[in-house]
Design a protein around this ligand. Structure first.
Ligand SMILES: Cc1cc2nc3c(=O)[nH]c(=O)nc-3n(C[C@H](O)[C@H](O)[C@H](O)COP(=O)(O)OP(=O)(O)OC[C@H]3O[C@@H](n4cnc5c(N)ncnc54)[C@H](O)[C@@H]3O)c2cc1C
Length: 280
């Protein structure tokens, strides 16, 4: 049960959203799909007296250009899964969205921007977006600014969003290379324990780990690509590189940090195996 008196705001411009967020700073939350926020309020874990619903702004468009794909703040997992533009410009986003649990209700309601802003270490989407070199378009009292997803996360459940700021859109560049994905979890319905987005482009190879540390961890493995045409990465060497990079693993009820550190190399190697399959 939500125990506080609530004021529901439904502004119709980004400037009004920022004004409300600033005016009630510390006592306000942006409402996306509400799939995290509302249960937290019900459980008395979040106490705010003001909710700012973004629905008055629309913000549910998916826009593809030759250079990038833009997912506005209220784009849901279902929107992404049904979009030809996403399939064409950023199939990895569909790949990851397909694996998010919670059933139709969650897919029809939960937004990618909500997942990005919740900044939970165990979520799929933040690290996947970092791996795709996405940027977030923030709107605040001084207008809009772009922030790289890789610079957005500062700690578990913490971001660079300042007073009055919210995420208006996620912008994903095209042409960042081929991707593979792997995650480990307890059961089909559970949250990830470790995820890996593997990317190879003409110029670089990278692994982005999610759920393994408090914030997404990027590891450059360009030097490990073989000179042969298959561009394969040696599994054992990759595992060693990943294990060395995980210095501060995340612990929660699902798994201790020591377990996450141990599986990270294997998850990364499997993500590369999937990627190599798509290149073959
Ligand atoms: C049953 C269940 C299973 C799930 N399984 C998975 C899973 O397998 N993998 C996974 O990664 N996730 C999983 N999730 C989490 C899911 O991805 C998130 O709940 C969802 O994406 C959050 O989006 P939302 O729009 O509902 O966010 P909300 O609940 O509305 O908001 C979440 C937080 O972000 C803030 N916020 C939302 N939008 C914005 C914005 N535009 N700007 C600034 N702040 C904003 C809110 O104020 C709040 O603090 C699961 C959730 C449930 C309930």
């Amino acid at each position: 049960m939500i125990r506080t008196a609530l004021r529901y705001h439904r502004p119709s411009t980004a400037a009004e959203v920022s004004e409300l967020l600033l005016q009630h700073d510390g006592d306000v939350a942006v409402l996306g799909g509400g799939t995290q926020l509302l249960p937290q309020m019900n459980r008395d874990q979040v106490h705010v007296s003001n909710l700012v619903d973004l629905r008055g702004l629309g913000l549910r468009e998916i826009v593809a250009t030759d250079d990038e794909l833009t997912l506005e703040a209220l784009v849901t997992y279902s929107d992404v899964l049904l979009s030809r533009d996403v399939a064409d410009a950023a199939p990895h986003v569909q790949r990851v969205s397909r694996g998010v649990t919670g059933g139709k209700q969650l897919r029809n309601t939960g937004t990618l921007a909500g997942s990005a802003c919740f900044a939970m270490p165990g979520s799929d989407m933040p690290a996947a977006l970092v791996g795709l070199q996405a940027q977030y378009r923030l709107h605040g009292p001084r207008g809009a600014r772009m922030v790289k997803a890789s610079d957005f996360y500062t700690a578990a459940f913490a971001t660079t969003l300042g007073p009055g700021e919210f995420v208006e859109a996620i912008v994903i560049p095209r042409g960042t290379g081929s991707t593979g994905y792997c995650k480990v979890k307890h059961s089909s319905g559970s949250w990830p324990i470790a995820t890996a987005t593997a990317t190879i482009s003409e110029t670089e190879a990278r692994v982005t780990l999610g759920s393994v540390q408090a914030i997404p961890l990027q590891i450059d493995v360009t030097d490990l690509i073989g000179s042969n045409e298959t561009r394969r990465i040696d599994d054992a060497v990759l595992r060693e590189r990943i294990t060395a990079a995980v210095t501060d693993p995340w612990t929660d009820v699902l798994a201790p940090g020591s377990y996450r550190a141990r599986v990270a190399g294997t998850v990364a190697a499997r993500a590369f195996t999937e990627l190599e399959g798509s290149l073959a």
